[in-house]
Design a protein around this ligand. Structure first.
Ligand code: SF4
Length: 357
C-alpha cells in the first residue's frame, strides 16, 4: 500500500468509527482535571482503565489535589494503588509528579511534549494523552489497542509493538484534528470488536475496509512453504494432536510429505502479503484442506477460496480437515459444523477421518 492509499484508508476508518462511537470519551474518569489525568495515566501502565478508575476513587478522596498527593505518606499511597500493579514504582512517580505539578507549574499541566517528558514516569504515551485530552492538540496515544488494530489494517507490519514507531507512522497518516479522538475510539473499538484473541469480524463496522486488504489467489510453487507455515500455525493454535498421515509421525511431517509429493495446488488468501488462509487441493483425489487464521474468521475468506478453487478445477468432493477442532469452514460456507457430509453448490464436503496417538 502506498502512503496515499494508507491515508485514504485510515480516513475511511476515522469516518466509520466516528459514526460508531460519536462520543470519543477517554475511558479514564478524570473529570476534566489535569492532575487526575496525569496520575491516572501513570497508573494505567500494564493495568486496565476500569481498575484505575476504581482505585482512583479512593486515591482522590484522600488526595484531592496535587499538593495533597505530593505531601502524602508514600506507604499509604502504595497501599491504595496496590491493585494497579508495580505499586512501589508508581507510588513514587505519582508523588514526585504531583510535587512538580504543584510546586513548579502551579497545578497547571504543561502543554508541550518536552516539558511533560520531564515528569517522573511520564512517557510519550501519557504525554500524548495529556496533550490531546487537555489541550485538544494532535496526539497519537499508541496503546495496545491502537497498535494491534492499525497493524491489522495494514498500516505497518502486523505484530509491531513499538509505540514510538506506531505514533510516528500514524501521526503522518491521520488528520491532526482527528488524532486524539481517533485513539479513544480505537480503545472502544478494540474492546468491542477488534479484540486481541477473537475479533468479531462478522459484525465489525469496518470489516469492508479490512477485507479490502485481503487478496485471494492461486500460489506458485515458490510460496508453498509460506502456506505450510500457516497451516502449521493454525493447527498449533487449535492444539490438534499428532496426526498419522502419509506415514508421518507428526502432522507437520505429514504436510511436508504432501508438499514433497508435489501433487497439491494451493489457493491462498493474503493480507498485506502474508498468507492468512489456505485451501490445498489435491489434483488426483480432490481432497481439500482449509486453514484460516482465526484472526480473520468471518471475513468470507473460505467462500472466496472455495469460489476460486471451483473456477479452477472440476472438484466435486472436498474432505475437510480438523472439523473436530473448530476450524470453521462449514460456518464460513453457510452451514453449521457437523460430522456428516454436506453438499454446497454441487460440491460435497466430508469431515476427514483422523487418528490420535
Ligand atoms: S474485520 Fe476483524 S480484524 Fe478487521 S478490523 Fe474488523 S474486527 Fe478487526
Amino acid at each position: 500500500m502506498t502512503q496515499k492509499e494508507k491515508k485514504n484508508k485510515i480516513a475511511k476508518v476515522v469516518k466509520l468509527l466516528k459514526k460508531q462511537y460519536p462520543e470519543a470519551i477517554c475511558s479514564l474518569e478524570y473529570e476534566g482535571d489535569g492532575y487526575k489525568l496525569l496520575v491516572m495515566g501513570r497508573l494505567s501502565a500494564q493495568c486496565t482503565d476500569a481498575r484505575v478508575n476504581i482505585v482512583c476513587r479512593e486515591l482522590f478522596k484522600k488526595y484531592p489535589t496535587a499538593r495533597d498527593l505530593a505531601n502524602g505518606d508514600i506507604t499509604e499511597i502504595e497501599n491504595i494503588i496496590k491493585p494497579c500493579g508495580l505499586y512501589k514504582m508508581k507510588a513514587q512517580s505519582i508523588k514526585d509528579s504531583s510535587n512538580l505539578l504543584h510546586y513548579k507549574y502551579n497545578d497547571v499541566v504543561p502543554n508541550d511534549m518536552d516539558t511533560l517528558l520531564t515528569f517522573p514516569g511520564v512517557g510519550r504515551k501519557i504525554a500524548n494523552l495529556l496533550l490531546g485530552d487537555l489541550y485538544s492538540m494532535p496526539a497519537i496515544v499508541a496503546d495496545t489497542h491502537c497498535m494491534r488494530i492499525a497493524g491489522r489494517l495494514g498500516m505497518y507490519p502486523e505484530g509491531q509493538k513499538n509505540p514510538e514507531k506506531t505514533e510516528k507512522i500514524l501521526s503522518r497518516l491521520i488528520e491532526p484534528k482527528e488524532q486524539s479522538d481517533f485513539c479513544h475510539r480505537m480503545v472502544l473499538f478494540g474492546r468491542e470488536f477488534c479484540t486481541a484473541r477473537s475479533p468479531k469480524c462478522d459484525t465489525c463496522p469496518i470489516k469492508i475496509i479490512c477485507k479490502n486488504e485481503i487478496t485471494v489467489k492461486k500460489l506458485g510453487v515458490e510460496r508453498l512453504d509460506e502456506c505450510l507455515d500457516t497451516v502449521w500455525r493454525v493447527f498449533s493454535e487449535f492444539e490438534v494432536p499428532i496426526f498419522s498421515q502419509e506415514g508421518a509421525k507428526t502432522y507437520k511431517d505429514g504436510i511436508e510429505a504432501t508438499r514433497k509429493n508435489g501433487d497439491i495446488t494451493f489457493y491462498a488468501a493474503l493480507h498485506g502479503g502474508k498468507v492468512i488462509g489456505v485451501l490445498g487441493m489435491r489434483e488426483n483425489n480432490h481432497i481439500g484442506y482449509f486453514y484460516i487464521d482465526s484472526k480473520y474468521h468471518g471475513l468470507g475468506i473460505a467462500t472466496d477460496l472455495f469460489n476460486l478453487m471451483k473456477n479452477d478445477t472440476d472438484a466435486k468432493h472436498i474432505t475437510v480437515n480438523a472439523m473436530k477442532y473448530g476450524v470453521p469452514v462449514y460456518t464460513h460456507l453457510g452451514f453449521v459444523p457437523t460430522e456428516n457430509e454436506k453438499t454446497v453448490n454441487g460440491v460435497t464436503f466430508t469431515p476427514m477421518e483422523y487418528s490420535e496417538k
